[in-house]
Design a protein around this ligand. Structure first.
Ligand SMILES: Nc1ncnc2c1ncn2[C@@H]1O[C@H](COP(=O)(O)OP(=O)(O)OP(=O)(O)O)[C@@H](O)[C@H]1O
Ligand SMILES: [Mg+2]
Length: 276
């Protein structure tokens, strides 16, 4: 009898605790996600970035907070010059914050030395630059093989990996073309393949459909979604493309150096759809 009472009491307290957590969750939008067992991939708190040029300070990001969870595909939107590329570069550890913290998979990676940070970047992160930054003296295939070489893969294995991903994005007839012999859209797709070839845990893409016509852009977006679904890759995509932004799990808007969660009806107010 006494043990039955004890069991009921424990169940009651568990119920009270759950209700309490849910009521806290209603105030803090992040809380229910933690409750549903999602893992934090990026935790960004009080992020600041200030550039100084000729003594002139440009405060781009000010006290930016947001969290991104495992397996999510998240859009980052905002007017031109608001700081989307700056933000993505810091998520990709390509630039350091002026203040605040970014935790990657729970780790303060900016406290690591360069060697450890480079290894982490090569293994876990894929980056698609706004202006692709392919190596012009190499072919499409060689550009995509590059991250595999850095990771110590053999040449045949790197070739196989690079061929597979290029074929998946419709570039099987362009393996040996040098960068200058590819169209702008093809170059962007090669950049996407290079970022994806090692199946990173986190893919960061800066306007990956920006230079592509509608159909090719859709194919590139499809590949990103496939990677997300097949390998559980967490993806952060900067875009001005309304169709792409609308198909994300959620969108974060940047304005005045801060981040806000957006719903579909708010996207147009954040510069989405003006440029495809
Ligand atoms: N290295 C730098 N030195 C000084 N200012 C910079 C530097 N890099 C970026 N900025 C400034 O920071 C601001 C944000 O730039 P950023 O490239 O992040 O914008 P964006 O939101 O990606 O814009 P777009 O949509 O046009 O690509 C701009 O005003 C830019 O001039
Ligand atoms: Mg940009």
């Amino acid at each position: 009898m006494e043990s039955l009472f004890l069991l009921n009491f424990i169940l009651y307290m568990a119920g009270v605790q759950k209700a309490l957590l849910e009521s806290v969750g209603a105030k803090d939008p992040l809380f229910p996600r933690r409750l549903s067992g999602k893992t934090l991939v990026l935790e960004i708190d009080g992020l600041r970035k200030t550039f100084t040029n000729n003594g002139l300070k440009v405060e781009v990001l000010k006290d930016l907070k947001c969290s991104i969870y495992s397996g999510e595909i998240v859009g980052v939107v905002g007017a031109s010059g608001v700081g989307k590329t700056t933000f993505l570069h810091m998520l990709g550890t390509l630039d350091c914050p002026t203040g605040g913290k970014i935790f990657h998979f729970g780790e303060d990676v900016f406290s690591w030395n360069d060697t450890k940070l480079s290894k982490f970047r090569n293994k876990e992160l894929g980056f698609v630059f706004q202006f692709h930054h392919l190596l012009p003296e190499f072919s499409a295939l060689e550009n995509v093989m590059m991250p595999c070489f850095v990771a110590g893969e053999s040449r045949p294995k790197a070739r196989e990996m690079a061929k597979d991903i290029l074929a998946e994005i419709g570039l099987e007839k362009r393996f040996d073309h040098r960068v200058g012999q590819l169209s702008g859209g093809e170059q962007q797709r090669v950049a996407l393949a290079r970022a994806m070839v090692r199946k990173p845990r986190l893919l960061l893409a800066d306007e990956p459909t920006g230079n592509l016509d509608e159909r090719t852009g859709e194919k590139a977006a499809e590949l990103i979604f496939t990677l997300n679904r097949r390998y559980g890759t967490t993806v952060v995509v900067v875009t001005h493309n309304l169709a792409l932004a609308s198909s994300m799990d959620r969108c974060i808007g940047l304005a005045e150096g801060r981040a806000v969660e957006l719903n579909a009806s708010e996207l147009k107010g954040f510069g989405v759809g003006r440029i495809s």
